[in-house]
Design a protein around this ligand. Structure first.
Ligand code: ISE
Length: 352
């Protein structure tokens, strides 16, 4: 049911007059609200004019607080002709239904990672998009927009340092809460490495393996922490990724690419060096929202621009599918403590 009051309807009208993309966002939790704020106050060419949440009352409350049109039913918002494009920041289990609804409505949709929690659900999205005959889906793998990863990609692609041979990576969070369990290290955290390293190297994976280390004293009964994921690519590049999500210190993402003729390291966005109280210090990142703030801004500005130009130019539904097939293989490898071969369906011409 629609819940827009007249002045909020005017917001949509005003956005239309200015030639701005009118976005409806489903999933009004913290990340969704951050994206509303970034689009409405920092970026150009679009406004989030409406929102909804699977928990209808919560979505309506956020709409009221943020001055947006609220919809009790997210499906009604997605289908509304006043909405040009959709952002999906719901919990993972809701992703598929809203992405399929946007495809059915012929609207561009940005879906936060993962595209869906299971590979078969991602494949259904891929099939629906192909059946609709038009690419509409972008997945929120924001690391592809990080300036440091872009520099690494350019350096690797140029081959001026020879072939990449080995990658040593780390994904460290200061702390996670007790709802974060062992599978989430792959499915929620290292899914970023699964996507961005495949993009960096420009090739798919062949095998996955996950091993545990000695557990930190900070962990709990449902979480083995740290873990190491080992991937090999089809051409034989070997990658190790440490996930240590209760490191007690900082949010730190490392990526070292060992090439034949050089070692390349991912740079971090720098902070000022402060001299005070008889010491010198540089503030560290405590979480991903500050570490990747520029990447998020670039990602959404690029999505807005491409959507207005009637195209998708970021990570596709196919990338979302490949990510989940890889994550499923890594999860199986962890549960069986074996090395698992990764089998993807053949890439449809539609995505080539
Ligand atoms: C979180 O869900 C994210 O997506 C962050 O980017 C990641 O670094 C963190 O480990 C995840 O829990």
């Amino acid at each position: 049911m629609r819940g827009a009051c007249p002045d909020k309807a005017k917001t949509k009208e005003a956005a239309k007059k200015m030639g701005e993309l009118r976005i409806g966002l489903v999933g009004t939790g913290a990340i969704g609200r951050t994206h509303i704020d970034r689009i409405n106050h920092k970026l150009q060419g679009a406004k989030v004019v409406a929102c909804a949440d699977p928990a209808a009352a919560f979505g309506m409350k956020i709409a009221e607080q943020m001055g947006l049109a609220g919809y009790e039913d997210p499906m009604a918002m997605i289908a509304d002709p006043e909405i040009d494009a959709v952002i999906n920041t719901t919990a993972d289990q809701y992703h598929e239904q809203y992405v399929l609804a946007a495809i059915k409505a012929g609207k561009y949709i940005f879906c936060e990672k993962p595209l869906a929690p299971k590979a078969d659900a991602c494949r259904r999205i891929v099939d629906a998009e192909i059946a609709g005959g038009k690419k509409l889906v972008q997945v929120g793998f924001m690391r592809r927009y990080d300036a440091g990863y872009c520099q690494l990609k350019e350096a690797i692609a140029s081959r001026r340092y020879g072939e990449p041979l080995l990658l040593h990576c780390a994904h460290r969070n200061p702390a996670v809460d007790t709802s974060y369990d062992t599978p989430m290290a792959v499915e929620n955290s290292m899914i970023h490495e699964i996507d961005v390293l495949r993009w960096l190297l420009g090739e798919d994976y062949a095998t996955a393996e996950v091993r545990f280390a000695k557990d930190t004293r900070r962990t709990h009964a449902n979480l083995r922490d740290p873990q190491i994921m080992i991937l090999t690519t089809k051409s034989g590049v070997r990658i190790d990724v440490e996930a240590f999500v209760n490191n007690g210190n900082n949010y730190e993402i490392k990526c070292e690419v060992v090439c034949e003729d050089a070692v390349l390291n991912l740079p971090e966005p720098s902070n000022i060096l402060v001299t005070a109280n008889a010491s010198k210090g540089i503030a560290i990142h405590k979480d991903w929202s500050t570490r990747f703030v520029d990447a998020y801004n670039t990602e959404f500005q690029s999505w807005i621009n491409a959507t207005k130009e009637d195209r998708v130019d970021g990570p596709t539904a196919w990338d979302g599918y490949v990510g989940q097939v890889t994550a499923a293989a890594a999860s199986k490898a962890r549960d069986t403590q074996t090395i698992v071969d990764i089998e993807y369906d053949e890439m449809p011409d539609f995505y080539k």
